[in-house]
Design a binder for this molecule. Structure first.
Ligand code: ASP
Length: 462
C-alpha cells in the first residue's frame, strides 16, 4: 500500500499553490477585470454595501465575490481556532508540566537555562542583523524619488502606528512592565489572552501543587493533563485541515501585496530574509548540534523534519500565538521533547523570545539610518542591540505586532519615525518570515534545555 503523503508536504503544496494563485491574481486581476464584470466600485462591492456603480454586477461577479469571501472565511476560521486554544493549552499544560517537574529548585534551574538561552539567541540575531545591514548597505541603494513615493503612500498609517507605539512607551516604565506580569485578576488575564500573565498564573499554581499533599494535588494535575490531552486532539484535527487553510490564508496576502513596493525595497527585503535564514539554518542547527547530548543529537534533518508543520504554519499565520499549539505538538510528539519542558519553554518563548523580530527591528533601524544619511557610531549600534532586544521581548505574538514598537529602536538612533512608512509595504511578507524564526528559536531552546535535563526522547517525525 502507498504511504500517505506526510503532513508537511501537504502543507507545502497548499502554500505553493496559494502563492501561485495569489501572484496570478495580483498580476492579472485588475480594476478593468472588475469593470468587465459590471463592478465599478470593488471596495463597496466586496463589502456588500449598496453602490450605484455596481448596479450591473452579474452572476459571475456574485460568484467571484462568494469565492473571495469563502476563502477569507476559511483562513480566518483556522487562525481563530488556533488562537482560541492558545490560552487553555498554555494554562492546562503548563500547570501539569510545572507540577510534574516535581520541585521548585528544578523549575528554577530550567527557568534559568531557558531565559539565558532566550537572551543569547536574541542578541546574536540582532548582531547578525546589524552586521549584514551594514555590510550590504541596502539604504544606500534606494533612490530619493522612491523614498519620497514610499513615504507619501503610507505616511498616515505609519504616523498612527508610531503614535500608538510612543503612547505605550510613555505610559509605562520598565518597572511597570515587570509588575504587569503579575495579574490582579487571573480570570481577566485569561479572558483577555494576556499570555505572560497566563504563564505566571500557571507557573505559580503548578509550583504550589508540588508543595501540597499528593492526594490533594493529584486530581488537579490529572484533570489538567486530561484537558491538555483533549486540546491536543483538537490540534491534531485542525492540522489535518492545515493544507487547505494555508492555501486560503496565503492567496489574499499575496494577491494584495504591493509588488512594486517589494521591488523598490528588494535589496532591503533580501537582507532581512538572508539574516533570518542565517539564524534559522545556521545558528539554531549549530546550537542544537553542539548543545544536545551526543547519543541523542538533534541534527539539522531531525529538527526540520519534526518541526516542519509548525514552521509552515508560522509562515502562513505570522503569529507566534497561533502557532503555539502546533509548536508544542511537534516538539513533543515529533521531536521527542518531554511534555513538561515543552509546555514550560514554548509558551514562555512565544511571549518573550522573538529572535526574528529583534533582527528585523535592527535591520530596519540600520536601513533607515542609511537612507536618512545618519551615521551610526559604535554606541548607536549598542543602543540598537539594547532597544531591539527590549522591543522584541515586549512584542506580542500576533501579525505586525512589532511595528508599533519600532519607534523605540528608531528614536534611540535619531531616525525619524515617519521612516516607518517606507518599510510598511513590505512588512506583511517579512512578518511571515520572522515569525518562523521566532517560533523555531523557542523550539531549539526547548530541545537544548530538554537534552540537558535528560528529558529529550528519541521520537521522530511521522
Ligand atoms: N508576527 C510576529 C510574531 O507573532 C511578531 C512581529 O514581529 O510582529 O511572532
Amino acid at each position: 500500500m502507498n504511504k500517505p503523503l506526510a503532513l508537511h508536504w501537504k502543507i507545502i503544496i497548499g502554500l505553493v499553490l496559494g502563492v501561485f494563485v495569489g501572484i496570478a491574481l495580483n498580476l492579472w486581476w485588475t480594476d478593468a477585470t472588475w469593470r468587465s464584470l459590471g463592478v465599478g466600485d470593488k471596495t463597496a462591492y466586496l463589502a456588500g454595501t449598496d453602490a450605484a456603480a455596481n448596479a450591473e454586477a452579474g452572476p459571475v461577479a456574485v460568484s467571484v465575490r462568494f469565492a473571495i469571501n469563502a476563502t477569507q472565511f476559511a483562513g480566518k476560521l483556522f487562525i481563530r481556532s488556533l488562537r482560541f486554544i492558545a490560552v487553555p493549552i498554555v494554562l492546562f499544560s503548563l500547570i501539569a508540566g510545572a507540577a510534574s517537574l516535581g520541585d521548585v529548585r528544578q523549575l528554577g534551574r530550567i527557568g534559568g537555562k531557558t531565559l539565558g538561552l532566550f537572551l543569547i539567541t536574541t542578541i546574536v540575531s540582532i548582531v547578525i542583523g546589524i552586521t549584514l545591514a551594514r555590510s550590504v548597505a541596502p539604504g544606500e541603494r534606494v533612490t530619493p524619488e522612491t523614498k519620497r513615493q514610499l513615504i507619501e503612500s503610507r505616511s498616515a498609517e505609519a504616523a498612527a502606528k508610531a503614535a500608538s507605539g510612543k503612547a505605550s512607551i510613555a505610559e509605562k516604565t520598565g518597572w511597570d512592565r515587570v509588575l504587569e506580569t503579575v495579574p490582579i485578576n487571573p480570570f481577566e488575564s485569561l479572558a483577555k489572552a494576556e499570555m505572560l500573565q497566563t504563564v505566571f498564573l500557571a507557573l505559580v499554581l503548578g509550583c504550589c501543587l508540588t508543595v501540597i499533599p499528593r492526594e490533594r494535588s493529584e486530581p488537579v494535575v490529572k484533570a489538567c493533563e486530561g484537558m491538555a490531552h483533549a486540546i491536543t486532539v483538537f490540534v491534531e484535527f485542525l492540522m489535518r485541515t492545515a493544507p487547505y487553510a494555508v492555501f486560503a490564508i496565503i492567496v489574499p496576502i499575496v494577491a494584495t501585496v504591493g509588488l512594486d513596493v517589494l521591488q523598490a525595497l528588494a535589496v532591503y527585503a533580501l537582507v532581512v530574509v538572508a539574516g533570518l535564514g542565517v539564524v534559522l539554518f545556521g545558528v539554531y542547527p549549530l546550537m542544537l548540534w553542539t548543545m544536545t547530548p551526543r547519543d541523542n543529537r538533534v541534527t539539522f534533518g531531525r529538527f526540520f523534519r519534526a518541526m516542519a508543520p509548525a514552521q509552515l504554519l508560522a509562515f502562513s499565520s505570522s503569529s507566534s500565538n497561533a502557532t503555539l499549539p502546533v509548536n508544542i505538538e511537534c516538539a513533543t510528539e515529533r521531536l521527542g521533547i518531554s511534555k513538561d519542558v515543552a509546555s514550560f519553554v514554548l509558551p514562555l518563548g512565544a511571549t518573550i523570545n522573538m529572535n526574528g523580530t529583534g533582527m528585523y527591528l535592527s535591520i530596519v533601524a540600520v536601513f533607515l539610518a542609511q537612507l536618512y544619511e545618519i551615521p551610526l557610531s559604535l554606541a548607536d549600534q549598542a543602543a540598537i542591540v539594547v532597544t531591539a532586544t527590549l522591543a522584541a521581548i515586549g512584542s506580542a505574538g500576533i501579525p505586525g505586532a512589532s511595528i508599533a514598537l519600532m519607534v523605540i529602536v528608531l528614536e534611540a538612533v535619531h531616525v525619524p519615525a515617519e521612516g516607518i512608512a517606507i518599510i510598511l509595504g513590505a512588512d506583511r511578507i517579512l512578518d511571515m518570515c520572522r515569525t518562523v524564526v521566532n517560533t523555531q528559536g523557542d523550539a531549539a531552546v526547548a530541545a537544548i534545555v530538554a537534552g540537558s535535563e535528560g528529558k529529550l526522547g528519541k521520537a521522530s517525525a511521522g
